[in-house]
Design a binder for this molecule. Structure first.
Ligand code: PMP
Length: 387
């Protein structure tokens, strides 16, 4: 059966490079001459161990991850990290303040809210802990997401905080930071990079923890990559227990001590990720893909900027290069646009159900050709409706 020709603009699970899928297909029944599929191997086997190590090495090379950071392959998606962070970093802060601490232990957790994912992360933290400090919430300030307030307006807690949390790219709202926030250097910076990791170069050493679900720029759902600075793996051995005990599956130290083999890992997803890492290295690494990503986003935003019908809900300086939401104000035209796009094989362009509109997700695996195809359609649609 031949594959229908489609352009997948889905926000995640998202397009995986065709060459990666073909290779997985070729190797599906016989991984590395084992006579078995990678899904059937023991996770304690030599073959899997070397796959696990190679995937980590390649990711380290791609992102230039310093040696004092561990790479963890975890499960449960971004949602699970929303709570893993709270447990792990409260414990690290408890240790940092000293085991003989006399005063009450209640450090603030600072959250920057720029869209629905950081908002959800803060809500999850509130379920576990009573001192969550909202540094700012753009929706509360402006009525909707689409901007980031200037630093002077941020209400950070300074060195008292156990961490500062933000989401580098808000997948639903199309808001992306154009810089790494500057915070008190003694406080770990925690970042959700689920939808823009591997899309551009950045300095890992500025972060305490970076995490990303795999299903956008890394590979297949099921794997969550966590990059954690080693000093944060310190655990408080406080017996009075003024911090919650960490469930083993959320414990970064346990995962690190077992090289992500504490329990059965999502091996197939890690395998696909390792093929994506190889694909990126062959392309010329992050620098190369970053150039293509910038060109794709520039071309798409240019059409929106010069259009009489398409409107971006996001301020120019913080527009995402990965998720490009736009609206057509005229009644009924958005559904006509989406219907027409599907007929031409452009799939999953519908905006998130919470915000509506249209959203083109143009992750690493979306080609320039795919973006140009969309652009031609957008221009033709505008000509038809705007004489
Ligand atoms: N953070 C971001 C930025 C996301 O885009 C998503 C999912 N789209 C999540 C967190 C939640 O991830 P998961 O569905 O893997 O739990």
């Amino acid at each position: 059966m031949s594959t229908p020709n489609v352009w997948n603009f889905g926000p995640g699970p998202a397009k995986i490079p065709t060459s990666v899928l073909k290779r997985a297909q070729d190797e599906l029944l016989n991984y590395n001459n084992t006579g078995m599929s990678v899904m059937e191997l023991s996770h304690r086997s030599k073959e899997y161990e070397s796959l696990n190590n190679k995937a980590q090495r390649d990711l380290r090379t791609l992102l230039n991850i310093p040696n004092n950071y561990k790479i963890l392959f975890m499960q449960g998606g971004g949602h699970t990290q929303f709570s893993a962070i709270v447990y792990n970093l409260l414990s690290a802060k408890r240790h940092q303040l000293g085991e003989d601490l006399k005063e009450e232990f209640n450090p603030p957790l600072d959250y920057l809210i720029t869209g629905s994912w950081s908002s959800k992360a803060a809500e999850e933290a509130k379920k576990l802990y009573n001192n969550v400090n909202i540094v700012f919430d753009v929706k509360k300030l402006k009525g909707s997401y689409g901007s980031i307030p200037p630093k002077e307006e941020w209400k950070l807690s300074g060195s008292k905080a156990a961490y500062v949390y933000y989401c580098d790219n808000e997948t639903v709202n199309g808001v992306e930071f154009n810089h790494i926030p500057e915070i008190d250097p003694s406080v770990p910076l925690v970042c959700d990079m689920s939808s823009n990791i591997l899309s551009r170069r950045f300095d890992v050493s500025k972060f305490g923890i970076i995490y990303a679900g795999a299903q956008k720029n890394i590979g297949a759902a099921g794997l969550t990559v966590v990059i954690v600075r080693e000093d944060l793996l310190i655990r408080s051995n406080n017996k009075n227990s003024d911090i919650p005990a960490i469930p083993s599956m959320l414990d970064y130290k346990i995962m690190a001590d077992h090289n992500s083999l504490y329990n059965t890992p999502p091996m197939f997803s890690i395998y696909i990720s390792s093929l994506v890492f190889e694909w990126l290295l062959e392309l010329g690494g992050i620098e190369a893909i970053e150039k293509t990503n910038s060109t794709k986003a520039e071309r798409l935003y240019e059409v929106i900027n010069n259009s009489k019908i398409y409107k971006s809900p996001v301020e120019k300086s913080v527009r995402s290069r990965m998720n490009v939401p736009f609206r057509i104000e005229q009644e009924g035209l958005e559904s006509e646009f989406l219907k027409g796009s599907i007929e031409l094989g452009m799939l999953q362009l519908k905006g998130h159900r919470s915000v509506g509109g249209i959203r083109a997700s143009i992750y690493n695996a979306m080609t320039l050709e795919g973006v140009d195809f969309l652009i031609e359609y957008m221009k033709a649609f505008e000509r038809k409706h705007c004489q």
